[in-house]
Design a protein around this ligand. Structure first.
Ligand code: F3S
Length: 389
């Protein structure tokens, strides 16, 4: 990979140890993927935040990096293992909370914004079309590649952190025009709505792995696109998709010779049945990815004239920024459960207290059994709310 004279100096350690280590990592990644050079980024979004997922090794790594490095672009964080304020209400242990707060402190010393959310694009980190960024949350990066038209690879946590410290990333993969073109056509026959889109994502991710799907016959709104992106990134490793008739990049797509895959209602029903391994949830959790304002308003309108008739715990996961925007609706939701920020049902240690979780997110359904030892009930948000009213 070509390096400028300045970049060479960084690599040789002439500008300090922190940037040298970051450069070594980016050069290694760039060499593996045959990048020609480094290109500047305008923002980064980091994963690797929950103490549950990164453990003591992660705390040591971050403490080390935070002692001699700073990020040089706008950098935001993925969810942590607990609500940073209401962790006591989540029955989080004191030891876990202390280690989690230490991780947040490391990121803060690095200059990272510590509002922890997987929808940073709804919370102040929204790239523009054509921007080059380095993002590490699979649902968010697919959303901004596909719906916003920004450019990022599917970064790992350390790669995104190194990019944020240097303000650069290797130019390969989805940074290049030729890799952003559709590689498979999906003819989807679905009724629409959030839940259908998450199941559609589940089916398509499984079928196409890391392809770039081009959808026909759907017109997702932003929340439907968000859950579609999340599900495809979890059941497969899709990092970019196109929707016919929707900007930013679908209009000039050439579909000649591409494989075509049909998805029917029956496929969605099968996907839901496969994901559902449990029957009686002790936790109902929505907000994977984090709830948008529109989703919170929809949930509040379902619940506003009802009362809670069960002791099942309910979590509504969102960002602080979104929670602030709809205080009246939050009051309604709080009558039924907790509106939690900074965290989610997958990266929190829910296995300490729950064994069966219900959710409307195919992404969460993929991870809850393995990362949280849960049986899973997969149902629409409306059906989940019926379980408690
Ligand atoms: Fe976000 Fe957690 Fe889902 S990070 S996308 S709510 S698994």
């Amino acid at each position: 990979m070509f390096l400028t004279r300045d970049e060479e100096a960084v690599l040789k350690g002439e500008k300090g140890l922190g940037v040298q280590r970051a450069m070594e990592l980016l050069v290694a990644i760039g060499t593996v993927y045959e990048a020609e050079r480094l290109i500047p980024i305008s923002s980064a979004h980091l994963s690797g935040v929950s103490y549950k997922t990164i453990g003591e090794g992660g705390v040591d790594f971050l403490t080390n990096i935070a002692s001699d490095s700073k990020v040089v672009v706008k950098t935001t964080l993925n969810p942590a293992g607990m609500d940073l304020v209401r962790w006591g209400e989540m029955k989080i242990s004191k030891r876990f909370a202390e280690r989690q707060l230490e991780i947040i402190d490391c990121y803060s010393r690095l200059g990272v914004e510590t509002n922890c959310t997987c929808t940073p694009y709804l919370a102040g980190n929204l790239p523009r079309k054509g921007d080059t960024v380095a993002w590490a949350e699979s649902s968010a990066l697919s959303y901004i590649n596909s719906i916003v038209g920004a450019r990022t690879n599917r970064e790992g946590g350390p790669g995104a952190l190194a990019a944020s410290i240097l303000g650069k990333t290797p130019a390969y993969g989805l940074h290049l025009d030729e890799n952003r073109k559709p590689t498979v056509v999906i003819d989807a026959e679905i009724d629409g709505g959030l839940f259908d889109h998450t199941l559609l994502g589940q089916v398509v991710g499984k079928k196409v792995a890391n392809a770039v799907p081009y959808f026909r016959n759907i017109r997702p709104n932003p929340d439907e696109a968000k859950t579609l992106a999340a599900a495809m990134a979890a059941s497969g490793s899709v990092a970019m998709f196109h929707v016919e008739g929707m900007k930013p990049e679908a209009n000039d797509a050439d579909l000649k010779g591409l494989e075509r895959i049909g998805v029917e209602r029956r496929d969605l029903i099968d996907a839901r049945e496969t994901l559902s391994t449990g029957r009686e949830p002790d936790l109902i959790a929505v907000g994977c990815p984090h709830l948008s304002e529109a989703e919170i308003r929809d949930l509040a309108s379902i619940l506003k004239c009802k009362s809670k008739k069960t002791d099942i715990d309910v979590w509504f996961c969102t960002s602080k920024a979104t929670r602030k925007r709809c205080p009246k609706e939050i009051d309604v939701l709080e009558r039924f459960g907790k509106v939690l920020c900074d965290t989610c049902m997958v990266v929190a240690p829910i296995e300490d207290h729950y064994s069966c979780s219900a959710t409307n997110s195919a992404k969460a359904c993929n991870y809850l059994p393995t990362l949280c030892s849960q049986k899973v009930v997969c149902a629409s948000a409306a059906d989940l709310m019926k379980m408690v009213t």
